[in-house]
Design a protein around this ligand. Sequence first.
Ligand code: GLN
Ligand code: ZN
Length: 772
Amino acid sequence: MTYFHVPGFPRIGEQRELKWALEKYWREEISETELQTIASDIKRGHWQAQIDVGCDLITVGDFCLYDHVLNASYLFNHLPRRVKTTERAIDQCFLAARGRAPTGQPVHACDMSKWFDTNYHYIVPEIHAEDSFSLQPDFLLKDIREAKELNQPIKVVLPGPVTYLRLADSKDGTDPLVHIDALTNTYGELISLLKKEGVEWVQLDEPVLATDLPEDWLQALERAYHQLNTPGINILLATYFGAAGENTSRIFSLPVQGIHLDLVEAPAQLTAAIDNIGPYKILSAGVIDGRNIWRTDLNTVYQALRPIHQRLGERLWISPSCSLLHVPYSAVNESGLESGCEYWLAFAAEKLHEGRLLKQALGDPSFIASADWLDQTQRVISRRTSERVHNSAVKARADVIAAGDWYRATPFEERLEVQQTALNLPLFPTTTIGSFPQTDAIRAVRKQWREGEITPEQYEQALKQEIEFCVREQEEIGLDVLVHGEAERTDMVEYFGALLKGIAVTANGWVQSYGSRCVKPPIIYGDIERQQALTVSWSTYAQSLTEKPMKGMLTGPVTILKWAFVRDDQPRSATTYQLAAVLNDEVRELEANGINIIQIDEPALREGLPLKKSARGEYIRWATSAFRYCYEGVSDSTQIHTHMCYADFDDILDAIEALDADVITLETARSASALLSTLKTQPYPNGIGPGVYDIHSPNIPEQSHVLNILNGALESTPAAHLWVNPDCGLKTRRWEEVTPALKAMVAAAEWIRTEDNQASAVKNRQGDVSLH
Ligand code: GLN
Ligand code: ZN
């Protein structure tokens, strides 16, 4: 019999029960016992769902209260020492994750980083020379014992030792790899313990195999898995998010009992896997997309797997490609989506159902005539052939965009001169990144509007009042380039998704981003059209209230793509070009309506980088070309800004340059010195606004802090190119924090502008741009 299993299940709860419970626990409104009871109910629900569809192993260990990498740090007694001010284990974890917990002393939280190329964030383990590892298996054993009550074979899942160390961050310069043998020993002890508990399989996730893993790490991986081989318990080595590539034969020669491969992201590796599988290993074929939400074309998968099934028999397992953590719970309650696209969706629950169908068909070929199978086929055909998905005019325009490179004809320095004449901005102009505080009042108005409790006119009126307030505040603060404040947006991607045809917005399609935070990615299901202006009325209204320039505010094509669920029937680049086309229409309409500065945010440009370096050049080529098309055809006097955050910019400086925006604002406040030293080695040729204070903190910036950053920037950048701005949008802050912080920022800009104080500024000034 072919086994069906899942590498991991979403864990936030179908109605985000875990989110609500965690937040109550942190506010001390419920006890640890109450929190653990809710968590247990969620876990049991997952196990039961797996049993109900006939999973042959139930997955344990994938659930966690905050993050699975953090759980591994706890399990191996490798939390930072500073969190051990409380006896309560979960609070030690919460202190590491968020710096505070109901018990224990507040501390510096650990860093958080994106889990490979997904939008999930893990808590980064900290490495020191003196680190040691030992077992704290209490949480895990409790879960295993609870799961055993269900009388099913159990598979425990954990991050593998190589991935754990590879994702860790050295705090004292120690190479994390020096700890591999010690950590592997502790994994070994754990595996023996799991064997005693009657666990049959341990899935060790090593997605680092989909990245460019250096040779010393590969050798460490080989050594570790030789050491972990333990008679009486089986190891499933899981790779996902890409191909094992040139490492395929090496990993298949390891003494593990099974290998899991992602055959959605990298279907071509199946052949190499079959060539290398040998006489006894299990192949777990990840054929159901764990990261996207479309119904699987089971007929195609079935045809591909049948000959392999005939050859491997029971040694072929089927599975989603990776943990289902990256998709929402269930599409059953989605209804009335744009173009009826709910019919085409498979969230986690539907993916379990697909696994069952596939397993049944492999066991009994006559099953492909069953009603269930035909229903699935019908859904796939319906999407493929739907007129609501395909629009030939949109495709034709995207093809034209794909063929061009769209650089502005006039070089930057000449554009700057024209823009200076038109905009008449002072040296060191001040601005913000776009959003202002999203107050409860704003959220209430948007909700009333969504639920039809107020008329569209009332809604518009309420938002206009908010915009007016925001403009007056900015004038009072003394900013040079104003924004309308983005009060109409729940989210910078969802807002555009809801207005564009070809993109659907779900009611409950939540996916965990980190801890209790979830996002609801829109679904790009078809060719994208702009049927109405997206932002023009808000921006022009805001402009009508002030003499100062108003900056129009758009989300860039790569960021919309990256933070949405995307089509799987065309390359990502094709979808991005379609987004660029609608954004170009919007940019031109803003320009025609008197908006002369337009910011196109691309915070996700860095995250879109492929895991393997060899694929990056191609990505950067299309991603930046699509971005440049967004402003294609604007006049030289229209100033294009962009903004980026959350990233280590070092490996995308070329891409940032290739965007050829007139001004880029960057998050720097938490790593200002890193960015400033990078700029020294590779100066940025156009306008740049290094974030001068950290918006993630409620603290009011010191003028000296702002000036330090500006002085640092002047070492690499002419004064005429520098902007002064916070490091990201202000929507999560309160006005009481924002107003004084921006006043301090403006005061610093004014100070450095004055003749006496800008010795360094003048020294660095280049060109003959007129400055005021
Ligand atoms: N314009 C957006 C804002 O200010 C940018 C957000 C972001 O960079 N993530 O909120
Ligand atoms: Zn930002």
